[in-house]
Design a protein around this ligand. Structure first.
Ligand SMILES: Cc1cc2nc3c(=O)[nH]c(=O)nc-3n(C[C@H](O)[C@H](O)[C@H](O)COP(=O)(O)OP(=O)(O)OC[C@H]3O[C@@H](n4cnc5c(N)ncnc54)[C@H](O)[C@@H]3O)c2cc1C
Length: 454
């Protein structure tokens, strides 16, 4: 409990950053579609890392919770202030501090959007591979804090694979640099990696050093349509097993194609399970991988579509990015999770996740990053109806149960946030949970950094 009567006024008087009254846009994230809102004492809008340090220092001294906020695109309520306190919005830390294309690296402040990092890299002939959807709104600090994935994580790995250093404010208000513009560093425990995926519970990230790679010369999608989940997943296993080196392997089940198929840039065979892959690399390599993908997927596909026209390719990925919103539009609300399972259990996981919905009487669709065994099974609800929200929460719990039974995890990329917290110890086991608690205690002895999350 805070010991300050008017936190907003006291903070405003104490720090140089702008401090405003909390407005709705800072109190929710994507979990608003399932009816979640928080409440805060104030919102702080720092412009520099030093201002962040000042805010955290004040909060630590006065026992006030700090909730770091990036773009608010998270699906786990990580940025939602459920216990009050100060929302520290990083949206004004937008400087790219350095970009050295010939050294393949960039240092970007936490509030630079994911799309801007990718654009800047591309303008220098380079690629920042992590490509979570929502990239125009999500921030690099949020991506690092959640260790975000995306379609191309299959070939290139998740965000953490591209982070060599982090600047962060840790308790009780100190600015630290962990790692840096180094390609290798094994001096001490890997605290940089610990900050990656820490969801604002260990410190407030103010800047990150990113590793980049030369942009592929060519990137061509190959899309195939199958009769059902089993045929589609069997084809996915063939692609993985034959070691083709696809850059992305996505799946979209029949329901997803029915609900979101409008806008797909070519004809879709009715009632099919879609597998979307991509071949990239040098021109010659992309040609070879593309041809192999067409053959391997084509073995038992109902249809294969391999566009080579840049406009159509761009339209295809734009469509893929819009799938979430198109599906959601059908009922206004949705509950969407991100369990991940070993690849050989993917078909079973998709089928059973949809069976949960059928049993509970909810419409559902399933899509995700197939190559990583990462499912976004989504339950559609009218978010104004409390009973539907309750049933969807029940569906999510059954889904987490399913993930653990299949040897998987409760979160492949969105994080634990507030939503999956009660499941974390089961996923980790008692000893790992104890070590987690000890790490948290070491970083945040007063439990003020994003309390109630992770
Ligand atoms: C349409 C759509 C598609 C998406 N697709 C993907 C996908 O493919 N893969 C994927 O992984 N995710 C995806 N997401 C989820 C989301 O975009 C990611 O989790 C993203 O990394 C969140 O970034 P953000 O800046 O919006 O963070 P927020 O939602 O603001 O915050 C997320 C968490 O990070 C913490 N945080 C944010 N910034 C900082 C900081 N500077 N320092 C410390 N902690 C911080 C917050 O406290 C919170 O716990 C998608 C979301 C949408 C809306």
């Amino acid at each position: 409990m805070s010991v300050v009567a008017s936190v907003e006024r006291a903070l405003r008087d104490a720090v140089s950053a702008e401090v405003i009254a909390p407005s709705a846009q800072y109190l929710a994230d994507e979990t608003e579609t399932r009816g979640l809102h928080g409440h805060a004492d104030a919102v702080a809008l720092p412009r520099t890392a030093e201002e962040v340090a000042e805010i955290v220092g004040w909060c630590y001294e006065h026992g006030v919770p700090v909730v770091p906020r990036g773009g608010g695109t998270g699906y786990a309520a990580g940025a939602v202030p459920l216990d009050g306190g100060i929302v520290v919005a990083l949206e004004r830390l937008t400087r790219v501090r350095s970009f050295e294309p010939t050294l393949w690296r960039m240092e970007a402040e936490a509030g630079v959007t994911t799309a801007e990092v990718r654009r800047r890299a591309r303008d220098g002939g380079l690629l920042f591979p992590p490509d979570p959807g929502g990239a125009e709104q999500s921030q690099i600090g949020g991506n690092v804090a959640t260790n975000a994935g995306g379609p191309h994580a299959y070939k290139y790995g998740v965000t953490g694979a591209w982070v060599t250093g982090v600047e962060a404010v840790v308790a009780p208000g100190e600015l630290v640099r962990l790692g840096g513009p180094l390609r290798k560093d094994v001096a001490g425990y890997d605290l940089t990696a610990l900050m990656v995926g820490s969801e604002g519970t260990l410190g407030v990230i103010t800047s990150v050093w990113l590793r980049l790679t030369p942009a592929p010369e060519a990137a061509w999608p190959v899309v195939a349509f199958f009769d059902g989940v089993d045929a589609g997943c069997e084809a996915i296993r063939r692609v993985v097993g034959t070691g083709l080196g696809a850059a992305a392997i996505e799946y979209l089940d029949e329901n997803t194609m029915r609900l979101a198929g409008a806008g797909f840039p070519s004809e879709i065979p009715q009632g099919t399970f879609c597998v979307l892959t991509e071949a990239d690399g040098s021109h010659d390599e992309a040609v070879r991988v593309r041809q192999d993908l067409i053959e391997v997927l084509g073995e038992d596909a109902r249809a294969v579509h391999a566009p080579d026209n840049p406009e159509e390719i761009a339209a295809l990925w734009r469509w893929r990015e819009g799938v979430t919103l198109r599906v959601q539009a059908h009922r206004g609300g949705k509950v969407s999770e991100d369990i991940a399972v070993p690849l050989e259990r993917l078909a079973e996981a998709i089928r059973e996740s949809l069976a949960i919905a059928a049993r509970l009487g909810l419409p559902a669709a399933s899509w995700g990053h197939a190559g990583d065994g990462n499912l976004h099974t989504t339950y559609l609800i009218d978010r104004e109806v409390a009973d539907e929200r309750r049933i969807a929460a029940e569906a999510s719990n059954e889904l987490f149960e399913l993930a653990l039974r299949l040897g998987g995890t409760i979160s492949g990329e969105h994080g634990v946030g507030a939503l999956k917290r009660s499941w974390l110890e089961r996923r980790l086991g008692p000893k790992a949970a104890e070590l987690h608690a000890a790490v948290k205690q070491a970083f945040d002895p007063q439990n003020l950094l994003n309390p109630g999350k992770k």
